[in-house]
Design a protein around this ligand. Structure first.
Ligand code: SF4
Length: 342
């Protein structure tokens, strides 16, 4: 994934917005540590509209991804979607697969101008996926929702978590994703934050093996294949002789920003360090000027192997994993087994 890089007035490629933390599921790795009930401190519709108005000031309008928890837990979701679409944002949804995600709800999203929907698929079988999601029947419901999204004419993205529980399923998941007719497959390497424990992340060696497999898969896939939590995918692609997307990778504060359900602005949902709160502060100014976001875009700040690595600018390592494991976002990414920066 590439994005516009204007050093003085950078714009994010993607804004992911956690509208609520309420969700009926209880997934093992949940970043949001989702709750059954809505938090009374959630941003109101009025506050959300103010922030959307502010976000229009970016020179390059970002893709707006509404997530949760489960965004369908908010009764004002239709108004929020219209507010984003009417302001010209390419708007995407990342719902939880619960009984609220009906074919009718999906059709209404398409009619409202939502361009794409992402669903989580964390295993190639019901046994693996449902155990991970904490709810029997979720795997079958996800396949039905995927069909409804395509029938409604929206783009379908599948997000898959890779940890010790699914590393052996990668090939089967890759085959399933192809059959679903996706526009993109986003493979997330579990970071021990939120509800995810350290035992649910892969070793650096296993991440490297998975990335090598993914590089070969990507070279044959007729759709986008991207990673989250493994920016060293660029290094792996380069070392294996595959084409590498131009520009720096999209990662924390670099082409990406996250707005929490209470309006806190984080570099990523997996790096819960706040730059400030919207709408009290401007999201545009926090992204462009806050010391935290500026520091995260400065590869000179990186330490350890990432600090001396030839790929520091194009990769830079997962700042979220460094923070989760070492308590310091500038530390080397312990999920990378590269000797380049040693
Ligand atoms: S050492 Fe750090 S910057 Fe270099 S490839 Fe690995 S994660 Fe990326």
């Amino acid at each position: 994934m590439t994005f516009m890089t204007d050093r003085r007035h950078p714009s994010p490629h993607v804004v992911t917005w956690e509208l609520t933390r309420a969700c009926a599921l209880h997934c093992r790795h949940c970043r949001a540590e989702a709750l059954r009930h809505r938090d009374p401190r959630e941003l109101s519709l009025d506050a959300i509209q103010q922030v959307l108005e502010d976000l229009r000031r970016f020179a390059h309008r970002p893709i707006m991804v509404f997530t949760g928890g489960d965004p369908l837990e908010r009764p004002d979701l239709p108004a929020i979607q219209r507010a984003a679409v009417d302001r010209g944002f390419h708007t995407a949804m990342a719902p939880s697969v619960t009984p609220r995600l009906t074919p009718e709800a999906i059709r209404e999203w398409a009619e409202r101008g939502i361009g794409s929907v992402s669903l989580s698929l964390d295993g190639a079988s019901a046994a693996v996926h449902d155990a991970f999601r904490g709810q029997p029947g979720t795997f079958d419901a996800t396949l039905l929702a995927a069909l409804a999204i395509r029938e409604a004419g929206m783009k379908l993205q599948i997000n898959s978590s890779v940890g010790p529980h699914t590393a052996g399923e990668l090939e089967a998941m890759g085959n399933l994703v192809k059959r679903l007719g996706v526009s993109s497959w986003e493979v997330f390497f579990v970071i021990p934050t939120g509800r995810a424990r350290r035992s649910e992340q892969l070793s650096a060696k296993s991440i490297e093996d998975a990335l090598c497999w993914l590089a070969a898969y990507r070279s044959r896939a007729p759709f986008r294949v991207t990673t989250v939590g493994a920016p060293q995918f660029r290094r792996v692609l380069h070392e294996m002789g595959y084409s590498v997307p131009e520009g720096p990778t999209v990662r924390e504060a670099q082409g990406f920003m996250f707005i929490s359900h209470t309006g806190e602005v984080f570099p990523s949902g997996y790096l819960p360090v706040s730059a400030g709160t919207v709408p009290a502060s401007s999201a545009v100014e926090l992204y462009q000027e806050s010391p935290l976001f500026q520091a995260l875009r400065n590869s000179d700040r990186l330490a350890g192997r990432c600090g001396t690595c030839a790929y520091a600018r194009t990769c830079g390592g997962s700042r979220a994993r460094a923070y989760a494991v070492a308590g310091d976002w500038a530390a080397e990414d312990p999920g990378c087994s590269s000797a380049v920066g040693a």
